[in-house]
Ligand binder design. Structure first.
Ligand SMILES: [Zn+2]
Length: 237
């Protein structure tokens, strides 16, 4: 239960993020996860480095076990999953330094949140992927005469190697039909969802206690979780 942060801080974070786009929410969470870094630098951080910071932040707030669910893409059965932040972090590494690489004589850099924001309005997946490739290409393709699209698979593979936490996926086997699939884990969305649930629970607690006792929001938020729960029990009794 967000031990390092007070209920009032959690609500302030939720209030700041609730109306934002998911990319901006992940960056907002990033300001909490990387207080050592100026917020203006976060949009340029490799996506995997941001994801890793969010996973560690998640671990410090709610512990390492994440209860998640996914629908089987074949039969639609809802599958309950228990993820572990340590496991998700294990096969990845931070990438603060090596952010550029070369393929077929062309220089590329690893994508960041700013790149995702630039393609967010693009409806077609392959057009979006090519745009991302163009953004991350540091060489002048007209000058080298190279067709960027022909390098797509190689560049994508290199991006995965150099920044593995950018795209965290899990393999799933359906308990119902046995279908195997792969699921992408959006760390920012997952963490935001948890913060949203905690914040709304807190607001509901404030609402009930304020109605029952006439206390103000700051007074109720200043109560320890144990006292708050005890009063809520008495309100229900
Ligand atoms: Zn299934």
């Amino acid at each position: 239960m967000l031990s390092a942060y007070s209920p009032a801080q959690l609500l302030a974070l939720w209030e700041q993020g609730v109306r934002r786009h998911p990319i901006d929410r992940a960056l907002l969470l990033g300001t909490w996860a990387r207080p050592d870094m100026p917020p203006s630098r976060l949009p340029d951080l490799p996506l995997g480095t941001l994801n890793r910071a969010l996973l560690r932040f998640r671990e410090s707030c709610f512990g390492s076990h994440i209860n998640a669910c996914a629908d089987c893409e074949y039969c639609g059965t809802r599958l309950e999953l228990v993820l572990d932040t340590g496991q998700l972090l294990a096969d990845t590494h931070d990438n603060d330094t090596l952010t550029e690489f070369e393929i077929a004589g062309m220089r590329f850099r690893i994508p960041c949140s700013r790149d995702l924001a630039a393609i967010v309005m693009e409806q077609d997946i392959s057009t979006a992927a090519l745009k991302l490739l163009q953004q991350c290409c540091l060489s002048d393709s007209a000058e080298t005469g190279m067709d960027l699209a022909s390098l797509f698979t190689k560049v994508e593979g290199a991006m995965e190697t150099f920044d593995p936490a950018a795209d965290i996926s899990l393999s799933l086997a359906c308990e119902e039909c046995g279908h195997h699939s792969s699921m992408n884990v959006d760390i920012g969305a997952l963490l935001w969802n948890e913060i949203d649930i905690h914040a709304r629970t807190l607001l509901a607690d404030v609402h009930r206690l304020a109605r029952a006792y006439g206390w103000t929001e700051p007074e109720i938020l200043a109560l320890s979780p144990q006292r708050r729960a005890a009063y809520l029990d008495m309100v229900d009794a």
